[in-house]
Write a protein that binds this ligand. Structure first.
Ligand code: PAF
Length: 280
């Protein structure tokens, strides 16, 4: 597995890999888990070579403490990527991605600032900017992103379409622990009962899905989700958005088209998110 630290190194590596066929890209911030490896597996199924990136992107963190506390497990990450057959890893430092004088940003002006974006100002701008840079540097045929980050995936699809970036974007279903908790690099920071209580995210979404199928209104479903989350003392609902899956517009009444439910739940020091798409 080639380890590339500079733009020139990864460009040379990709040019070599291209001789064997197409290239799939998996972008990560490290602290890899089975969810990331599902992205790698999907890319490997479709392409001759997989390139992964590991970069904890400072511009998508609003809070310096959150950036500082983000888990970093480089040796284990590289071992996992190598075992999965990844051909090259791009691990830039912040000054490679944001060299002196850097001033250009990429922003999906509407999608980035609604819902989850409204409570994390600048977050999706940081994601869109870094993903544009990574796509331009690596130049893959396709890139793979987790469906768990529901709004992030929508932002990336929008940005790639709007900027005519020649890459196919694939969403990969969320990987869950046996008890339903969506895999996340943040899960390791749950303490004491929090890991047990964190099941409440998937539980509330599962209850909501059953209610959609039974014809309940969005208002009743939202109230039920609030109740399920409130049943855990250490869990505070930080965000609940129920949107049309195509347009991301809020939905009211009895849904008639596919909807997406996004929840964010705050534990003592960790914010967890989860999502579910449901067709009535
Ligand atoms: O989903 C992530 O891990 C990050 O937001 C991404 C896409 C790698 C951009 O930094």
């Amino acid at each position: 597995m080639l380890i590339c630290k500079t733009v020139a190194e990864v460009k040379t590596a990709v040019a070599g890999l291209r001789k064997a066929g197409t290239v799939g890209l998996v972008t990560t911030m490290g602290a890899l888990h089975a969810g990331h490896m599902a992205l790698v597996a999907a890319a490997a199924r479709d392409h001759a070579s997989v390139v992964a990136t590991i970069f904890v992107n400072p511009t998508q963190f609003g809070d310096a403490k959150d950036l500082e506390n983000y888990p970093r497990t480089e040796a284990a990450d590289l071992a996992m990527l190598e075992a999965a057959g990844v051909a090259a890893v791009f691990m830039p430092t912040p000054d490679v991605m944001y060299p002196a004088g850097d001033e250009t940003i990429v922003e999906t002006t509407h999608l980035a600032n609604i819902l989850h974006g409204a409570v994390r100002p600048g977050h999706f701008r940081g994601v869109a900017t870094v993903v544009t840079k990574l796509l331009n540097i690596v130049g893959p045929d396709a890139a793979y992103f987790g469906e768990k980050d529901y709004q992030q995936l929508a932002v990336i699809r929008r940005m790639v379409a709007d900027l005519f970036i020649p890459v196919a974007i694939h969403g990969v279903p969320t990987v869950r622990d046996a008890d339903g908790l969506a895999m996340s690099s943040r899960n390791v920071r749950l303490i004491g009962d929090e890991r047990y209580d964190a099941r409440v995210l998937n539980l509330s979404l599962t209850v909501a899905a059953a209610m959609v199928k039974e014809g309940a209104t969005i208002e009743v479903i939202a109230e039920t989700i609030r109740g399920v989350i409130a049943s855990k003392r250490g869990a505070t609902l930080a965000g609940l958005d129920i949107v049309d899956a195509e347009t991301f517009a809020p939905v009211t009444g009895v849904p008639t088209r596919k909807i997406g439910i996004m929840i964010a739940v705050q534990f003592m020091t960790v914010l967890l998110i989860d999502q579910k798409e449901i067709t009535p």
